[in-house]
Write a protein that binds this ligand. Structure first.
Ligand SMILES: Nc1ncnc2c1ncn2[C@@H]1O[C@H](COP(=O)(O)OP(=O)(O)OP(=O)(O)O)[C@@H](O)[C@H]1O
Ligand SMILES: [Mg+2]
Length: 419
């Protein structure tokens, strides 16, 4: 679809806006922010539209996906009276995988003082352990921490004296073609004058949106429960150590309702999920009836259900999803999760009973993850906006790091995702 000429051309086109674009399975979310003169992030607003051509977080029908993205960007520009030049783009999919690696190098800085080149060499040594196949590409190498000669953990070892520098990095990678599908769709097919600045793993973006530095230090598990895919990221001691995806989302629950209750139309089942959805079978729901008309239900199936039957169906799906994620997280590091908090983001975090269910499955405290760390715009403080807001925060942190570099201050780029 060509970029439909609109009032957009009359608007100010400004690379200063920080734009997060989250093309989800269910909805496209655009978040727009701006850096204030004092350096703080101020959010301008959000725009949300129906998504099309996306399945399990990936492009399935390029034409429909491109049209939907073009529409979302055009409407966002019109809403906010701005012209967008650069966007940070969220990327997800079942092909994304991650591991944490360590690498060692001898310190070569003058007089045994660690310099930037040593830090880079240690990180390269760690990330080279990832040994990606020829069809894989690295999306992020996030530095987790360093130590010198086996001493205390260091966030930034530059200037410290020692012989052997160890770096730990969290590597997130994906299938080469599938990583490029969405940015490719945006750059060459959408027809907008919008460039993708960076692609960021959706799970990391959501974590960036909702976690305070203390949460990352104490330990946090961020689970983004979307329409077609669920991402998770585990932070320990200030940095991400484990992340991944599970190709299950709210659309599976919509399917379950259709099959379980015999609902004919997907839209009707989706509406039921949003308006009456819950994942705990509560005594107060017993006896509360949900009545369907004859034409909403297949054949001779019953037309009256109790709310607790509906919640039982949804419970099964979400219970299984969270258990799979818990087993993956705990299997690699079964001990030491005391004090860790589970943060639930994404549209399905709105389902009644989600926090209680997560608490009981993980045996940890849990809460709904609400985007934080910016001024203004209350409508951005909702769990489904986490990924898009995280992208804006990522762009903002990148800009701050570039400014500091220009002023000769330490390079913080590698720590954007940790701070
Ligand atoms: N109360 C609710 N309001 C809106 N959506 C809800 C609600 N409860 C559950 N959902 C579900 O949340 C999902 C949408 O969430 P979200 O916008 O985070 O997904 P997405 O980013 O489009 O998808 P994905 O990340 O899987 O690609 C849908 O499956 C929707 O049915
Ligand atoms: Mg999503």
């Amino acid at each position: 679809m060509s970029w439909i000429p609109s009032l957009v051309n009359l608007f100010r086109r400004d690379a200063d806006y920080l734009v997060g674009l989250d093309v989800g399975t269910s909805r496209i979310k655009v978040a727009v922010g701006q850096e204030r003169p004092d350096g703080a992030l101020s959010m301008i607003g959000r725009h949300m539209t129906e998504s099309e051509g996306i399945r399990k977080g990936e492009v399935q029908d390029q034409k429909r996906a491109c049209d939907a993205i073009a529409r979302a960007l055009r409407e966002a520009e019109e809403n906010f009276h701005i012209g967008m030049e650069l966007v940070e783009l969220a990327i997800t999919g079942a092909h994304i995988a991650a591991e944490t690696h360590t690498g060692h190098v001898g310190v070569r800085g003058e007089g045994g003082e660690v310099n930037d080149a040593d830090v880079q060499a240690a990180k390269d040594s760690a990330s080279s352990c990832a040994q990606l196949g020829s069809d894989r590409t690295m999306i992020h190498v996030v530095q987790c921490g360093f130590d010198l000669d086996g001493g205390l953990p260091l966030v930034n070892p530059v200037g410290h004296l020692g012989n052997s520098l160890k770096a730990e990095v969290h590597c997130i990678h994906g299938h080469q073609g599938r990583v490029r599908n969405l940015p490719n769709c945006l750059c060459s097919k959408v027809g907008a004058n919008v460039e993708v600045n960076e692609v960021v793993f959706s799970g990391l973006a959501s974590a960036l949106a909702v976690l305070e530095p203390e949460d990352k230090q104490m330990g946090a598990i961020v689970i983004d429960l979307g329409g077609g895919i669920t991402e998770y990221v585990v932070y320990r001691n200030g940095a991400p150590r484990l992340s991944g995806t599970l190709a299950v989302g709210g659309e599976h629950m919509v399917n379950d309702l259709m099959v379980g209750l015999g609902i004919r139309q997907r839209n009707k089942a989706r509406k039921l999920l949003h308006e009456a959805g819950g994942v705990m079978v509560e005594p107060e729901d017993r006896g509360r009836e949900v009545v369907f008309s004859r034409d909403e239900i297949l054949g001779a199936r019953q037309q009256v259900y109790f709310l607790d039957d509906i919640h039982r169906i949804l419970h099964e799906r979400m219970d299984e999803t969270l258990r799979i994620i818990r087993d993956r997280i705990f299997a690699r590091n079964a001990s030491g999760f005391d004090g860790v908090t589970v943060f639930l983001t994404g549209g399905c975090a709105r389902l009644k009973g989600m926090v209680t269910l997560a608490q009981s499955i993980f045996d940890l405290q849990a809460k709904t993850g609400i985007p934080t760390g910016f001024e203004g715009q209350e409508d951005l403080r909702s769990p489904e906006m986490a990924t898009a807001v995280g992208l804006v925060k990522y762009a903002h942190a990148q800009r701050l790091a570039a400014t500091k570099r220009k002023r000769g201050m330490p390079n913080l780029i590698g720590r954007i995702l940790e701070d």
